[in-house]
Structure formats: C-alpha cells, structure tokens
Design a protein around this ligand. Structure first.
Ligand SMILES: [Zn+2]
Length: 314
C-alpha cells in the first residue's frame, strides 16, 4: 500500500454504528481530510443504502476521484465468503452490504467487523506498528477483536478469528468465586463476554458485591475494597482469556480498545495477570493502549479497502 503522498486522497472509511454513521476521507498518509456524521437510518435497508450512498458520493466528489475505494466497519459478523452480515442492531442484518452498495455506487466497497477494522488500523501505523502479529482486543459493550499478520487481517474460513468473547469462562474461577453462568447474545451459556466485556464487568460487580456498578465508577476508585475485589477477579478472568489467546495465536502485541481500555493502568494490570496465568518460561506479548482510539474503526476500514483481495469481505 502506498502511504507516501499525503496530498492525494486514498480511501473513504465509514464507521457504521447502531446510532450514527461517520464517513471520513483519508489522504494517502492515512490522516483524516474530511469527516461528517449523521444518524443511522433504522427503518429500512433501502434508507441505509441511500444514506451511505450520499456520504460516499459527497466525499468522492470532494476528492475528485469518482471511484475512490470505500471501507465500512460495522458491529457484527460479516461472513468471509458470502459477505452477509449478522448485526442485530442494524437494518443491514442478513444483507450483503458490500455487494448491494457496490451496485449503487460502483468502485470497490469492502465491509468488515469493526473490531477487525480496529485491529488493522492499530497494526498499520498504530500502536502495533512494526510487530508481525498484532491482536486488537476490544473491551467495550461486547468483547471481540481481530488478528493481523504482517499488516493484513487473518480471515479464516468464516471471518471468525478474533471472536474471542464466545470462549467459555474458566471453570475453576467460576467455581471459586461462585460466578453466574448466563446466556450470551450468541445463544451459548457462560461466554467470556458475559463477565469480561464492559457490560460484563457491571454484571460481575453485582455478582461479587450485590451492587451493579460500571467501569468508570470502578476506575474512579480502584483501591476501594469492593472495587479492588471486582478488578482482581475481572483481571483473573481476562488473564485466562489472554492465556487462551496466547496458546492459539501467540501474538507479539495486544492493543486494547473499547471503553474499559480507558481504565488507568489496565495494560500493566493485564500484563501482570497474564504473567501469573501463562505457561512458565514463555515470552509475553506487549499489551498497549491504542494510538487511534475511537477513530480506528473508520481508519481501519479505509485501510482494508486499499489492500488486495484475499477473500474480499472479512
Ligand atoms: Zn457468546
């Protein structure tokens, strides 16, 4: 990918969320040149396609390049082969968005899970730059991620690599702390996401102390005894997740994202917890905060639209 001529437009990145669409024009140095937000249409798929067409057309017109490539990141699974999305909070659910938008606007359109866009953005010029194997881990409303090898997403058979929120909770910690096993959004019971995501931390707090409290409240007073206990158990659970990640993927670097990544010192807390959970004598991955934060979704989607096809739609 060429990143040497900042004055030239390179790609459009769209962060397609449940409540807002943010479309950004990136120069070839991958800095934002123009960006605009609008509410996400929720009534019909045709309205959503129309809104995306409007935003892309405006930015293509501004860039002077009528077929500028477009990358879209959305909160859901995108099948690696059919391009069909599973995204409960969007009217794109069940549709092949890249195919349908391409039919309206032409040029290259790619659609990917937003956690994977985050991972790609941080692997390419972000906090994981220079590392061969980078895992982007989102600790937000949900728990997910994406794997990049040498600056490219690893897609697999289905587009699943990184969907680690649906790994089972560790039995020994569930038993030791008498933790609840609840049904996850994926339909399985006792997934890591149910206790380790941002909403999961609130559920964990309720289970351990009888009172629900969110990450910001816990982060504001981490040494308060109940908060310290919540963070201790949460870190032990998260460390088991990182241990599994290491056994399966063995990344050089893990870049944290999502709301919980704003907790001060979380990266060193997780590094210490992983050291205790990992196999003896193994090298540990670097755990770091993101370079681009909330803007990584659109940036990663734009980067994806510039990469050669492996399978077009992760
Ligand atoms: Zn699940």
């Amino acid at each position: 990918m060429s990143v040497s001529t900042p004055e030239l437009p390179a790609a459009i990145g769209v962060d397609l969320g449940g409540t807002k669409i943010e479309a950004t024009l990136f120069g070839s140095d991958m800095t934002a040149r123009d960006t605009r937000r609008r509410p996400t249409p929720r009534e019909s798929y045709a309205d959503l396609l129309g809104a995306l067409e409007d935003e892309v057309s405006r930015l293509r017109h501004k860039s002077g390049v009528t077929d500028l490539p477009v990358g879209i990141g959305l909160p859901g699974l995108v099948d690696a082969q059919s391009g069909v999305s599973v995204c409960a909070n969007l009217v794109a659910d069940g549709h092949a968005l890249a195919r349908d938008l391409t039919a309206r606007i032409g040029g290259r359109v790619v659609v990917a899970n937003d956690c994977k866009c985050f991972a790609l953005s941080e692997a390419c010029g972000g906090a994981g730059a220079g590392r061969a194997r980078v895992f982007g881990l989102i600790l937000g409303t949900g728990l997910g991620g994406g794997l990049c090898q040498d600056g490219k997403l690893v897609l697999g058979l289905n587009g699943l690599p990184g969907e680690i929120g649906h790994v089972a909770l560790p039995a020994h910690l569930v038993a030791r702390h008498d933790l609840p096993l609840v049904v996850c959004g994926c339909g399985r019971t006792g997934c890591m996401e149910t206790l380790v995501s941002g909403t999961g931390m609130a559920r964990l707090a309720k289970a351990l102390t009888g009172r629900e409290r969110g990450g910001p409240e816990i982060a504001a007073a981490p040494d308060e005894p109940e908060n310290a206990r919540i963070l201790h158990v949460w870190s032990a659970l998260a460390a088991e997740l990182l241990h599994s990640l290491q056994l399966h993927i063995d990344p050089d670097c893990i870049v944290l994202g999502g709301g919980l990544s704003n907790i001060a010192g979380l990266e060193s807390r997780l590094a210490d917890a992983l050291k205790a959970a990992a196999l003896p004598s193994v090298r540990l991955p670097e755990i770091v905060k993101p370079a681009f934060g909330d803007s990584s979704g659109g940036r990663g989607a734009a980067l994806l639209s510039l990469q050669p096809n492996e399978r077009d739609m992760p």
